[in-house]
Design a protein around this ligand. Structure first.
Ligand code: NAP
Length: 266
């Protein structure tokens, strides 16, 4: 049996176990997905320990995504983002590290037929904002990054190709001719709030909210009322998991089964 898992602290409310389990069942794979909660300074020890135990793959979540870089051979995208959320132990030598949050956002948008040839606005410059900004830039999109702390947006924009950094006050102007908007802040989680003024939204936008609790955030409600295409945060969560599943197993992931299992938990 292949063992996969997740390290995080805390991991109690993770939606990854049911999502991956549904994937194994749908494909008839003899595999199991378990969660581990090492101490907060323990990323490297946990990854090395999992390797020694013969674990086949690990997802990595808060607070370990940056420290995990020291225990893996990161692919170029994970290295640029500065964070790893997927470790693959199945190759030779040092485990491979990936950042599937970036690909998760791109695949979430593509699964809704969103055209990624225009301009993107990413709100947020934390971990999710970094991943999404690099992911969309790799698709060739000019990326406008807006963050409450403007200096963080400018610092990130300096690293991302064809990007600019802004404060939240610029959102109205930035969104006027934008095609894709991603909220990568935690605003909207457990509160009916949005980082984007409703009047800045319009019908030519596709709006992805990384927040998935609740599924229908105020931003997505406002976007829907403006006639925009909306993509909820569970799609990004789904596709980061799908990407990890495919890297680990070498199989095409059973996306519908994994999606159903994920949404049953939300
Ligand atoms: P993080 O590194 O702590 O970054 C938080 C971001 O939110 C920063 O840009 C911060 O701005 C901004 N922010 C926080 N409170 C704010 C407020 N009141 N007004 C305006 N901006 C505010 O967190 P993260 O890991 O990037 O996660 C961000 C969100 O993305 C979370 O809700 C997380 O659950 C979600 N996420 C979803 C997925 C998915 O697969 N769907 C994957 C990863 C993350 P400052 O820099 O100014 O503090």
């Amino acid at each position: 049996m292949d063992v996969y898992g997740l390290i995080g602290n805390p991991v109690g409310h993770s939606l990854s176990p049911p999502m991956h389990k549904a994937g194994y069942e749908a494909l008839g794979l003899d595999a199991r997905y378990v969660t581990f909660e090492p101490p907060k300074e323990g990323a490297v020890a946990a990854i090395e320990g999992a390797d020694a135990l013969g674990v086949a793959g690990l997802n990595v979540t808060i607070p370990f995504k940056q420290d995990a870089l020291d225990a893996v051979d990161p692919d170029p995208l994970a290295e640029r983002i500065g964070a790893v959320n997927t470790v693959d132990f199945t190759g030779e030598g040092r485990p491979a590290g990936y950042n599937t949050d970036a690909v998760g956002a791109v695949r979430a948008l593509r699964s809704h037929d969103v055209d990624l040839s225009g301009t993107a606005v990413v709100v947020g410059a934390g971990g999710a904002g970094r991943a999404v900004a690099f992911g969309l830039a790799d698709e060739g999109m000019p990326v406008r990054i807006a963050n409450r702390t403007e200096s963080k947006a400018r610092d990130l924009a300096a690293e991302v190709p064809d990007a600019t950094g802004h404060g939240l006050d610029d959102l109205g102007e930035l969104l006027a001719d934008a095609d894709v908007l991603v909220n990568a802040t935690s605003v909207g989680m457990e509160e009916d709030a949005t980082p984007v003024p409703a009047e800045a939204l319009h019908g030519d936008l596709a709006v992805l909210d990384a927040v998935y609790r609740p599924l229908e955030t105020r931003l997505l409600r406002d976007a829907s009322e403006a006639g925009a295409t909306t993509v909820d945060g569970a799609w990004m969560l789904l596709y980061q998991g799908v990407e990890a599943f495919e890297r680990w197993t070498g199989e095409v992931a059973p996306v519908d089964a994994m999606n159903d299992a994920l949404r049953a938990e939300l």
